[in-house]
Design a protein around this ligand. Structure first.
Ligand SMILES: [Zn+2]
Length: 285
């Protein structure tokens, strides 16, 4: 599952290739999309902008329609010049949007829906801009209010809830809890207001740092002594705890713990010493 920073970078790249340009070609293997296109052709419209909302990628067209795609595990968007060889087989193609300069191809994009402004605003699965940690419209105080409404749940699970705050995936979940010094298994009701604010600010900061122009593809939350600019063969080398079970905590040296958490049994990494439970109880890794 791509994290919010990945979708943000995809949206930025697609936006550079498509935004402000006239659509000269559209194809899809999804009958619903081709029917929408038959009713209101996209060719002749302009792509106004491309944005990410959590794990959704939205392409806004000048005719008022918005193509919303969700990548899940398998999907990706590629940009090609006309005539350039595709890096995936044609059979994986689901959506093609062309302009005079580029061909944008959505490969194995499993979820694709055409929306009006109204249906987009009403859609419960696509987060609003104020919910997205990477949006300029993100409202941290509102996010805190939504978060504390989940008092009975464990904080790491609530961080993954895209309706509370969109953009935090499983890697940032563990990293955010570590940097904020909060135990991922702590119930939300046991957190102080200060901890809630720190968690939200940390998630926002860590994810934003990963969408800078020079940030590369891997997630970096820990830079160690020297700034890493090259691709690491071991992705966990640039993280505080994620993927580092049994390795020494970068702050205290205690072995990092790992445990499956929540209804979806997502993997969680943490340091019991740096992230104690408020009541001092131990959480087995
Ligand atoms: Zn530690």
């Amino acid at each position: 599952m791509p994290e919010g920073d990945t979708i943000f970078r995809t949206a930025r790249t697609l936006g550079r290739a498509l935004a402000g340009k006239l659509v000269t070609g559209f194809q899809s293997t999804y009958p619903k999309l081709t029917r929408c296109n038959d009713d209101t052709p996209l060719v002749g419209q302009t792509v106004e902008r491309v944005e990410s909302r959590g794990k959704w990628l939205l392409i806004h067209f000048s005719g008022g329609g918005t193509l919303a795609t969700h990548m899940l595990m398998s999907g990706s968007w590629h940009i090609y010049r006309h005539g350039e060889r595709w890096q995936q087989p044609r059979a994986n193609m689901r959506i093609v949007i062309e302009n005079n300069d580029y061909v944008a191809v959505g490969f194995r994009v499993p979820v694709a829906e055409m929306h009006t402004a109204q249906s987009l605003a009403r859609n419960a699965r696509i987060p609003g801009a104020a919910t997205d940690v990477l949006s300029g419209a993100f409202d941290a105080a509102e996010a805190a209010r939504r978060l504390v409404a989940h008092g009975d749940e464990e904080i790491a699970d609530v961080l993954l809830d895209q309706k509370v705050m969109a953009g935090v995936g499983n890697v940032f979940k563990s990293e955010t809890c570590f940097v904020a010094g909060v135990n991922p298994f702590c119930r939300v009701s046991a957190l102080s207001g200060e901890q809630v604010r720190a968690l939200i600010a940390t998630a926002q900061k860590l994810i934003a740092a990963n969408v800078l122009e020079d940030s590369g593809d891997g997630i970096v939350t820990y830079r160690g002594r020297k700034r890493r600019t090259t691709h690491e063969s071991d992705p966990s080398a640039s993280l505080w705890v994620y993927g580092r079970r049994g390795e020494p905590c970068r702050r205290c040296g205690e072995p990092v713990r790992r445990r499956l958490q929540g209804p979806d049994a997502r993997v969680t990494f943490w340091c019991q010493r740096c992230q104690p439970m408020p009541d001092g109880s131990d959480v087995d890794g």
